[in-house]
Ligand binder design. Sequence first.
Ligand code: PEP
Ligand code: MN
Length: 349
Amino acid sequence: MSNLLKHTPSPIVIAGPCSAESMDQLSQVAQSLHTIPQVAYIRCGVWKPRTHPGGFEGRGEEALKWISTIKKETPSLKFVVEVASPDHVEQCLQYGIDAVWIGSRTTGNPFSINELAQSLRGTSLPVFVKNPLNPDVQLWLGAFERLKQCGICNLAAVHRGFSTFNNIGYRNNPLWEVAIELRRLAPELPLLCDPSHIGGSQEFVAPLSQTAMDLGFDGLMIEVHPSPSEALTDASQQITPSQLRQLLQNIRVRSVGTSSHELNFYREQIDAIDQQLLQLLSTRLEVAKQIAQVKQRNNMTVFQPQRWGTLLQDKIRKAQSLNLSEEFVMEIFQKIHAESVRVQEEEIR
Ligand code: PEP
Ligand code: MN
């Protein structure tokens, strides 16, 4: 479907400042990134979506002029810019921008995606689509479907994590399983990771990039600024060009590989364990149905809060001695219990 990864380095790297701030900043970062072979595109925000009004909202058309000046001097440089409206697309086309990305806030809005898709119709611009702010893989997929309907097929996904209410250490929750599910549903779609917006802090960029490689991502979008502490947006997460060079030198790129005797030996064990787990879950639900009958005869509620509380405490306590994480055991049992309640409800209806 997408030929975006043809003739690009592996992993494909998009790097550049969060925002284009000045001609000087942009040409400085462009010249340093030009010498890093993995960098296929220089990113920079020209229109910035800000949480509150009144902050720096990007230099707009002025920044597009800087880009076209830089490209005249160094034609091999390619730039990618965020677009959120047909007007942005039109201006990018006018100034010869090489590719566009659709930001997280825009991906979540099908009306905006339709408008963007219409405005991109007939162009061959590569389009990178970030995940929506909420972990809705279908909404993310829907954006690709809308773009494809308008004949736009040079597409790639960018995983940048998901908004949270609580402070979880990272700026956005990676929820890697959402990206893994996108890969399962659209295996042909190139998948990049944006460790800068997931981590929100310089120190997380390298480890998150390595996780992305371990999970088989095709590339990275990383925020790079010549002087991160002076950045007008996202100062804490941007790294310097030399830090990027170091990161790319140290990163270990993996391949899916092929199965081996040794791997199969363990995989057979895993398959047998999974079979036992399924069998046990099925038996557990059969017992739950019996419990439902007893509760019904005694006019008791299906959900018994006290029992559920002690059951969960007990499992968490046992988890520790079995070397299992508390959160993991809690999540598993929340799911098992919810299914048990559902089956009991069905049983007595
Ligand atoms: C960005 O890449 O600068 C940006 C605004 O990202 P996101 O849409 O992921 O928040
Ligand atoms: Mn940013």
